[in-house]
Design a protein around this ligand. Structure first.
Ligand SMILES: [Zn+2]
Length: 467
């Protein structure tokens, strides 16, 4: 496939030379920019400059295309990177530690009450860095890190530094810890974090507030309401709200609407088992929604069914998210396939032997839209990333379609959603910078990473046992 080297690309970027990806199947996920069975994507600096069937013979782009470093993408799919709208990245060195978790309470007690208080700032850095690198490896170019173990300012700084050091497009969503000793610095400290880190790394890292929907899990200090809404408004940031499910959250949503604090700056996460009136209020307010299909189903959050029908009926196209690696897979392929299978099962089952209205049998393109563009919108980055749109940042993937599990290529969207996995991701660019190349993360020594991760995990467990 590709004949340009990483050195070629690095040099081209240093010299401000355009880069032309040519010959691949192009999936744009922008309704206004048609997909191409074989086409070109022109990059200039950090941006996508043009998408077209043959840019070298397009007068508007011929000069740049002729001067460009050419990357041959024949045999591959060129697509936007995936967007994760909610992951608790700090937990990554505990990944799959509770694979058979029985319910939400068991997760809360084992992880949030059990291990979280034993984290040092260094552990926050190691876990968040591991999560971000794994995300990049699996083609996730934008990660919203719902960082809810901010025991001290140093914990927050460490988590943000991890995002900065990996070169991912990161949204640090800051929340206080649920349980255990902490400095009480949140939410006041978010102002300092904003002035220090918002827009850092050439705009790659942004910040927002994080909260829970009610006081049911860990008390009032982290429940969204007028006080936190005022903090967010003063700072000019968006807010991601986790644990949105069931009767109590439905009541909270209606209360927020009355208080005037249910608005487009909110992302509501999970949204399972909500009352119809709550969905109507959400649609009217223009909030974004993050579905966590594996987490809803496996941990059993309220109805445990991802709320696709409810969201679409309210006029909301949701983003997708990974949530907790302690019990779940960490790639977007799993989320897309899980959601696709569950929803089609639900749609067929709802009509089976009954006269009930048939639910929406969503398509592979719907699911890919949720995993890219809609996620970008939920992360407040809809104008920046999530689709191959000229003027947006060059956050994109080159996915090998001639690997054993994908050959021969018949349908690019179907292949991305139903066929591909992380091993097929040859190249990952974030703002045009190579973060994965020829199937390997750029500039990362996995041996060192493994030693650091294992040492942090061991230290955490030792501190937990000593308590
Ligand atoms: Zn969560």
């Amino acid at each position: 496939m590709n004949t340009a080297s990483l050195n070629d690309l690095t040099r081209a970027r240093a010299e401000d030379r355009p880069v032309l990806l040519t010959g691949g199947a192009v999936v744009t996920m922008d309704p206004a920019v048609p997909d191409l069975p074989s086409g070109d994507v022109l990059l200039i600096g950090s941006q996508i400059a043009a998408v077209g069937a043959d840019l070298r013979s397009d007068p508007a782009h011929a000069a740049d295309a002729a001067a460009a470093l050419v990357i041959d993408t024949r045999g591959a799919i060129v697509s936007p990177g995936f967007v994760d709208t909610h992951r608790h990245s700090w937990q990554a060195q505990l990944r799959r530690s509770i694979p058979d978790v029985t319910d939400l309470g068991a997760y809360v007690m084992s992880t949030l009450a059990g291990t979280a208080p034993a984290y040092t700032p260094h552990d926050m850095y190691i876990g968040t860095r591991l999560a971000a690198l794994s995300a990049l490896d699996a083609g996730i170019t934008t990660l919203l890190d719902f960082s809810h173990n901010s025991r001290t300012s140093a914990h927050s700084d460490a988590a943000i530094h991890a995002l900065l050091d990996t070169g991912i497009r990161g949204v640090h969503a800051s929340m206080a810890p649920h349980f255990g000793a902490w400095d009480g610095q949140w939410p006041a400290d978010v102002e300092r974090l904003m002035s220090r880190f918002h827009g850092a790394n050439d705009g790659l890292v942004t910040l927002r507030l994080a909260a829970l929907s009610t006081d049911e899990i860990a008390g009032d200090h982290i429940a969204y309401g007028p006080a936190l809404a005022a903090v967010a408004r003063d700072l000019g940031v968006w807010t991601s709200i986790d644990a949105v499910f069931g009767t109590a959250s439905s009541a909270a949503i209606l209360r927020w609407a009355q208080q005037g604090i249910l608005d487009p700056t909110l992302t509501l996460i999970h949204a399972t088992g909500l009352a119809p009136e709550a969905w109507t209020a959400m649609g009217d307010a223009g909030v974004t929604v993050s579905l966590a299909p594996t987490s809803d189903a496996q941990i059993g959050l309220e109805t445990a069914v991802p709320a696709v029908d409810e969201a679409l009926a309210a006029g909301i196209r949701p983003g997708l998210s990974i949530d907790v690696e302690v019990a779940l897979a960490n790639d977007m392929f799993t989320q897309m396939r899980t959601l696709h299978a569950i929803q089609r099962m639900r749609a067929v089952n709802s009509g089976y032997g009954s006269a009930a209205p048939t639910r929406s049998r969503i398509s592979t393109r719907d699911v890919l839209d949720f995993a890219t563009l809609q996620g970008a919108k939920a992360n407040g980055l809809g104008d920046v990333t999530g689709s191959l749109t000229p003027g947006k940042q060059a956050d994109l993937l080159i996915v090998r379609a001639d690997d054993i599990n994908n050959m021969p290529l018949n349908d690019a969207v179907g292949t991305l959603v139903l066929g591909a996995d992380a091993r097929n991701i040859d190249t990952v660019l974030v703002a045009g910078r190579p973060r994965k190349w020829a199937g390997s993360l750029v500039g990362e020594d996995l041996g060192t990473l493994h030693r650091e991760v294992a040492a942090s995990r061991d230290d955490i467990l030792r501190r937990v046992a000593a308590r």
